[in-house]
Design a protein around this ligand. Structure first.
Ligand code: BEZ
Ligand code: FE
Length: 314
């Protein structure tokens, strides 16, 4: 029997895990153990700090519900979601394809269906703007009848899940582009907002003296058969946090400003944004997307109809 020291313990763990039949699980766990051990050695992690870390991860898990994904939020604020996004894009986004952004924790399946020209507003009130454009493939051919999910904060900077009880859907909708891939819909100008700061991730962000804000944006998810899911968002140029997004989701090509001067605007004089979307072909590795409706990550999903049963206590 060999006595373990600070280096040989890493090799001993990896050797014991070598029996893992699934080669990808073996590879991932081996790398995780190597990096975690190296992290503990590099920081000279104390027992107190190790326990603090465990208490933090426990609190992150306990904050998760079918309506809230605190682990995705953690991944977002440490830039891990962006890393996975960039690697996912490198595998399948065509050069001409629209840049992607984070799906974020507020995407919900089953948003109300709205007709072309309809509005995302269900409960909220505000001043209308319009978003319109055309969905094509990377050769410029229209993608007919692509499905678009769109969601955003209201003019007060709150998502429906934050402003109302979770059974209310507002400032989100699903629409279908026409046969030429064209779409237009009405919405309100969203307000930039703070990521949820009332949980352990918010406490971490506060302890880091970060502002915790995301610039105002509109999320878009486009799906069409034979194409890779396009998960993106449009960011408003005049938001003061456009260069310091807490979750690292902004790219220059996704920054927009409404204008009343667009010659082809569907409603003349309404502040409008024209943004054409370019989808990439689905690859052998599949389209996929980085992110999920939070209910898909909790055993049982959204069961029952009493939201109080689904929220964390306290
Ligand atoms: C959002 O865009 O809604 C979002 C993304 C990441 C973390 C928090 C919010
Ligand atoms: Fe968002």
């Amino acid at each position: 029997m060999q006595d373990l020291d600070l280096d040989s313990v890493t090799e001993a763990v990896i050797e014991q895990m070598a029996t893992t039949p699934d080669p990808r699980l073996r590879e991932i766990m081996e790398a995780a153990v190597r990096h975690l051990h190296a992290f503990a050695r590099e920081t000279n992690l104390t027992p107190d700090e190790w326990l603090k870390g465990i208490a933090f991860m426990t609190a992150v898990g306990q904050a998760c519900t079918p309506y809230r994904q605190e682990f995705i939020l953690l991944s977002d604020v440490i830039g891990l979601s962006r890393v996975v996004n960039i690697m996912h894009d490198a595998k399948g986004r065509e050069a001409a394809g629209t840049e992607t952004s984070l799906l974020g924790p507020f995407f919900r399946e089953g948003a109300p269906k709205i007709p072309l020209g309809g509005t995302l507003a269900n409960v909220s009130k505000g001043t209308e703007i319009m978003l319109y454009g055309q969905i094509t493939d990377s050769e410029g051919k229209p993608v007919p009848h692509a499905t678009m999910d769109v969601w955003q904060t209201n003019e007060d900077g709150a998502y429906d899940l934050q402003a109302y009880d979770p059974t209310t859907m507002d400032m989100r909708g699903q629409l279908q582009a026409d046969a030429e891939g064209r779409f237009h819909f009405r919405t309100f100008r969203p307000l930039g907002y703070s990521i949820p700061m009332d949980g352990p991730v918010g406490e971490l962000v506060r302890n880091q003296a970060r502002h915790g804000f995301r610039p105002a944006h509109i999320h878009i998810l486009v799906t069409a058969p034979g194409h890779r899911d396009l998960v993106t968002a449009l960011y408003f140029a005049d938001d003061k946090h456009v260069d310091s997004d807490t979750v690292f989701g902004v790219s220059q090509s996704l920054v927009v400003m409404p204008s009343t001067e667009l010659p082809d605007a569907p409603v003349k004089g309404m502040p409008s944004i024209r943004y054409d979307l370019t989808m990439s072909r689905e690859t052998a590795e599949g389209g996929g997307r980085v992110g999920s409706d939070p209910s898909k990550l909790v055993p049982g999903g959204r069961v029952g109809s009493d939201p109080s049963k689904l929220m964390p206590a306290g």
